[in-house]
Design a protein around this ligand. Structure first.
Ligand code: 7TS
Length: 400
């Protein structure tokens, strides 16, 4: 049996999404900017796709949604544009990001730091949630941007973006949120609180890879990302990814439709799977369930290297993760485990299981048996497990 439990890395394309995209490859292939029927044939699809995206995040029509190639691109754009417009010109000197942002934010912030921008890395608390007080404490009239993700990709922790947005508004500071892990899992509405920029990516909600977006509130216009033929309102030149826009629109519509199912049925599957995993001795979960997206579990198995567990699971046909796939080439400790100050031996033991609306009870039953078998095998050959004291672990609730 093959079981895919790495949906925070990417998701299967919904067959309905694929079906809607298909005509835009070999039938309606015109360049939308040309002046003939091959071009205008693509316009209804683009219009409908964009409409579904606006509706999905409840964006007012006066605001912009710019289609990019991925969330990484959207995140880079926000930070670098703010740097060019406000930091390089000396109007402001400071940005804030949480210390557990995706690398597309963290490494961009570090790059800007190298260029002279002051950066505050906002800490997370023992539950893996970003500390609102640190936003209040560090915001100044020289702060140009605060960037805090809506939900964390590793733990699923939902961050207090509403409160952070309110603090930013109070100080007239631009607020960006990376909502990649929120869309399709919890309600995302850009009008429900103060948000100036919002990043998302189609492949995380059963759309195609290579299509991301950035929502930009009116009055918070950015500098163009790509100069050229002035597509996407001049923000991002380059021939439109027509099929991608159509696909992202359909995926957004389907994600909103399935939201209730995700928040009830998938949550239930996740919770009972987690209950069973926590029955295994010496297992730890950081963020309380009710503060997480409904599909995610980050769990540590004391005495077992995450990579070893992945190896055993992969042999059993199960795809999981030790954290983010983007970071998996260097065998560093999980960044969230690091940030909450977990003991070194536990930081390397975290495994992420992320479900989707396609996940079934049968798959989870199979996965549970595979995890149980892997735990017995790997602890049996572990040189350290038997000697590890079972005492208190900083920041982690212990389960026996
Ligand atoms: N932001 C967040 C919060 C993410 O989780 C990811 C991908 C990205 C940005 C980048 O998205 P992309 O569209 O540029 O690919 N996160 C992960 C992950 O957790 N495991 O693999 C990829």
């Amino acid at each position: 049996m093959n079981v895919y439990l790495d949906n925070n890395a990417t998701t299967i394309v919904d067959p309905q999404v694929f079906a809607e995209m298909e005509p835009y490859f070999v039938q309606k292939y015109g360049n939308p900017n040309s002046l003939h029927a091959f071009a205008s044939d693509t316009h209804p699809g683009i219009k409908a796709g964009m409409e579904k995206i606006y509706v999905g995040i409840n964006a007012p029509r006066e605001d912009s949604v710019v289609i990019t190639s991925c969330a990484t691109e959207s995140n880079n754009w926000v930070l670098k544009s703010i740097y060019f417009e406000f930091i390089l010109t000396g109007k402001k000197n400071h940005i804030m990001v949480s210390e557990v942002e995706h690398p597309s934010v963290i490494t961009t912030a570090k790059f800007l730091e190298g260029l002279g921008c002051k950066v505050t890395y906002l800490p997370i608390n023992h539950e893996g949630i970003v500390d609102v007080q640190s936003v209040r404490d560090n915001i100044t009239d020289k702060t140009a941007l605060v960037s805090v993700m809506w939900a964390n990709n590793e733990t699923g922790a939902i961050f207090p973006v509403e409160e952070i947005g309110a603090i930013c508004k109070e100080h007239d500071v631009a607020f960006h949120t990376d909502a990649v892990q929120a869309i399709g899992k919890i309600p995302v509405d850009v009008q429900s609180f103060n948000v100036d920029y919002l990043t998302f990516s189609a492949h995380k909600f059963h759309g195609p890879k290579g299509v991301g977006a950035l929502y930009i509130k009116k009055g918070r216009e950015l500098l163009p990302l790509l100069h050229g033929g002035a597509q996407m309102g001049g923000y991002r030149s380059g021939t439109l990814n027509v099929a991608g826009i159509v696909g992202m629109g359909k995926a957004m519509e389907a994600a909103v439709e399935a939201l209730e199912y995700e928040m009830t049925a998938i949550r239930k599957l996740r919770d009972s799977f987690e209950d069973e995993l926590l029955k295994i001795e010496d297992t730890f979960v950081v963020t309380p369930r009710e503060k997480r997206t409904p599909n995610t579990i980050l769990i540590s198995f004391r005495g077992i290297e995450g990579e070893a567990m992945l190896w055993d699971l992969n042999r059993a046909g199960i795809g999981a993760s030790t954290g983010s796939a983007c970071a998996s080439e260097d065998l560093e400790a999980n960044s969230v485990m690091d940030a909450i100050g977990a003991a070194e031996d536990l930081a390397h033991t975290a495994i992420r299981f992320s479900l989707s609306r396609y996940t079934t009870q049968e798959e989870l039953d199979y996965a549970l048996r595979a995890v149980q078998a892997a735990v017995i095998r790997l602890r049996g050959i572990s040189s350290s497990y038997a000697y590890t004291p079972k005492g208190h672990v900083s920041g982690l609730a212990e389960h026996h």
